[in-house]
Design a binder for this molecule. Structure first.
Ligand SMILES: O=C(O)CCC(=O)C(=O)O
Ligand SMILES: [Fe+2]
Length: 534
């Protein structure tokens, strides 16, 4: 999708400043008001004839750019033409119709969004005085004051043109209009933020990007960045060392982002600093924000960003919740991408105890729930074609099981240096350990779990019995199924991130309801793993 953002409004209402800032923040090309540019180029204050303006504007429209922020544009140029025409100075025939055609032409393969800036007369005058500008071109012998009045009408004509265009648009040339009151909407940064948010909403209304998600990302990018800087030991230093070319004033107290940096710069810098790859998106203005969110949250860990009940229980305050999530997400992202291995997380003695409990449960000495079908299991593959028969699944429910879970949490806290891992969920139905026993020939087909509990944070799978061959655990970020066979495609298999050498006590932490995962065929022996919600 290509996008043209046109900024329209009366003289001195802040078009140039806002358009330039908005463009910088979104990584867009900024196209200055053309009449002004041509007058500058010609070294004359007298303005340029309307035909030339229309021809040159149309020429600029043909440039192949994804995202442009263009000041005044055709509709504004038309406002000037109308002023000239009213005073008997117009050149050009039929300019109104041709101007509209020019916009429609662009709207055929671009989304066009007009920002109409509204500003009180008083505020416009204040801004004119402040800027010391008396650059209005001499126009039909009008004095400066008369001219200033006339520019208001020029703006009004442009706005009326925009309204007409939007009202008469067709499915083939869609255009949106967003009115922003710049006399009351506060500081320039705030207005730019409002423009950004409003643009997202406009895009959402038109259904060509998933704007709900994008605007969520924008918010979470900000929240995540703020929290990450507070929460992650060393991140502040890391970012500072990374030497931003500029800073982000709007992150209060961050102290690491120098003045004047655009959001996109920051996002990119953060992604670089964290050694994660920025991902691109087809929505140009949001690419950097998406990149940041993807970078920090890791797509497959998104679940970690909306853990509902469990999170509220573990972390009573909102700040704590975000902090904890950001930390967890960063853990996994920075270390590995989307799964983290902690070697020897659980002691051999504890592994033996879990295996012992499995045996006890089998003998009926412990409360247990067995069988895959008790589990609301959402296979990634077609459930019917999935043969998990050789896996025995046991939910061991006991005080010891609960104690194991507490130990896993404590071990993770120690290993990561992050104490919130040590806070296990309160007693609940998750107070069991899920033990998987794989006999020879067993494999766990690629799947995501529809979790049996509300603990949708992360899962730690601990290998507790390692007398087996092959049977590698894997995660597959970009898994694909061949619809004709219901099996993962060969390309998809090749992309698996395999962990072939997990041994007794090793844990792999990942998001089990977001990331496709499984266990390859066990060639020999018996593989026993225990799965904890953490
Ligand atoms: O046995 C394993 O390693 C995988 C367990 C699993 O799929 C899970 O815990 O969700
Ligand atoms: Fe699973």
């Amino acid at each position: 999708m290509k996008l043209v953002v046109a900024v329209v409004g009366a003289h001195c209402c802040g078009k140039t400043t806002l358009a330039r800032k908005f463009a910088a923040q979104t990584g867009a090309r900024f196209d200055q008001e053309l009449g002004e540019k041509l007058a500058e180029e010609a070294g004359t204050a007298a303005g340029v004839d309307d035909e030339t303006v229309l021809a040159r504007e149309t020429e600029r429209d043909r440039d192949d750019v994804c995202l442009r922020v263009v000041e005044t544009w055709h509709t504004g140029n038309f406002g000037w033409h109308k002023l000239r025409r009213d005073r008997g100075l117009a050149d050009g025939h039929d300019l109104e119709a041709r101007t509209r055609r020019a916009v429609r032409e662009v709207a055929r393969d671009h989304k066009v969004v007009f920002f109409v800036l509204r500003c009180s007369d008083q505020e416009r005058r204040k801004r004119r005085e402040k800027s010391g500008r008396t650059r209005l071109p001499p126009f039909d012998n009008m004095d400066e004051e008369e001219m200033f009045e006339a520019t208001f009408r020029v703006g009004e004509v442009a706005i009326e043109e925009v309204r007409q265009l939007v009202e008469t648009q067709t499915a083939e040339n869609r255009a949106g209009m967003i009115v922003v009151d710049v006399s009351t909407d506060g500081e320039i940064e705030d207005i730019v933020d409002i423009m950004h948010a409003e643009l997202l909403k406009a895009l959402a209304r038109d259904d060509f990007v998933d704007a709900e998600r994008l605007s969520g990302s924008m918010r979470s990018a900000r929240v995540a960045l703020e929290s990450a800087i507070d929460a992650v030991p060393g991140l502040r230093e890391l970012l500072a060392r990374h030497k931003f070319p500029a800073v982000q004033r709007r992150i209060p107290g961050s102290g690491v982002v120098p003045d004047g940096a655009s959001e996109s710069t920051i996002v990119k810098e953060v992604a670089d600093a964290l050694c994660v790859t920025s991902t691109s998106t087809s929505s140009p203005p949001l690419a950097p924000l998406r990149a940041f969110v993807d970078a920090v949250s890791c797509k497959d860990l998104e679940g970690a960003f909306y853990i509902p009940e469990t999170l509220r229980r573990i972390c009573p305050t909102k700040k704590e919740q975000t902090t904890s999530l950001v930390r967890r997400a960063l853990d996994a992202t920075v270390d590995h991408g989307f799964a983290v291995v902690y070697r020897g997380l659980v002691s051999t003695a504890a592994c033996d105890a879990i295996v012992g409990e499995l045996e006890a449960a089998r003998r009926g000495e412990l409360e247990k729930i067995t069988g895959l079908n008790r589990h609301k299991w959402k296979n990634f593959n077609e459930p019917k074609t999935c043969s998990n028969a050789k896996i025995e699944l046991t939910f061991v429910k006991s005080a010891v099981a609960r104690q194991r879970r507490v130990e896993v949490h404590a071990a993770l806290a120690k290993r990561t240096g992050r104490e919130e891992w040590a806070r296990p969920n309160p007693p609940s139905k998750e107070d069991h350990v899920t033990v998987f026993a794989y006999v020879e020939g067993a494999e766990l087909r690629p799947h995501r779990d529809k979790d049996i509990s509300d603990a949708k944070a992360l899962t730690a799978v601990v290998v507790v019995g390692d007398e087996f061959e092959e049977g590698a655990f894997y995660v597959n970020k970009d898994a694909e199924v061949d619809p004709s066979t219901g099996h993962a495609t060969a390309e998809s298999r090749a992309r698996r991130q395999r962990f072939p050498d997990l041994r007794r006590g090793d844990a792999v932490v990942f998001c089990n309801d977001k990331t496709v995962h499984g266990v390859e065929r066990v060639a020999k022996g018996r593989r026993i793993s225990a799965s904890f919600r953490v």
